[in-house]
Design a protein. Sequence first.
Length: 165
Amino acid sequence: MGPANPFVAFSRWRRFRSHFGGEGLTFTELSPEEQADPVAFLLGAFFSPSEASQGAGREYMKRLESRKEDRDRPVSRDSAVAQLAAIREWGVVPAQDRYDMLSKIHQRTLIIQGNKDVVVIPINAFLMETHLPDAELLMFPDASHASHSQYAGRFLDYARRFLNE
């Protein structure tokens, strides 16, 4: 179980981050079951299996459904396929100087990550924090890819502070 304070990144991961690459950034195709039930897929991919996280996911779905005007159109299958192709291409990390380009980015950067993210594995957030010259990492416990939605209030408080500094 992660720390109660999401602002504390796990120091034990820091010892290991130099041994891991940016792998885990490519995805397989969605199964027929995942395609048939997009809500179940979203809850499974974006929220951890714990009851608390799944409950936060259900609340997130209610918030999505509550907006009646000015809604974005649903993502089409063609758009989703194109996004997966772009992620696969981007996710190919060179064998040498893997993170060299990150050191050239000097913009202050806030990295948001769930410690149980199954879409982009958490080690990638630690790698970005390590190689971006001015990065802050906000790691949320018991959260997957939608950690910013699961902890919406905490995320907004931190994001406002970050943007106002």
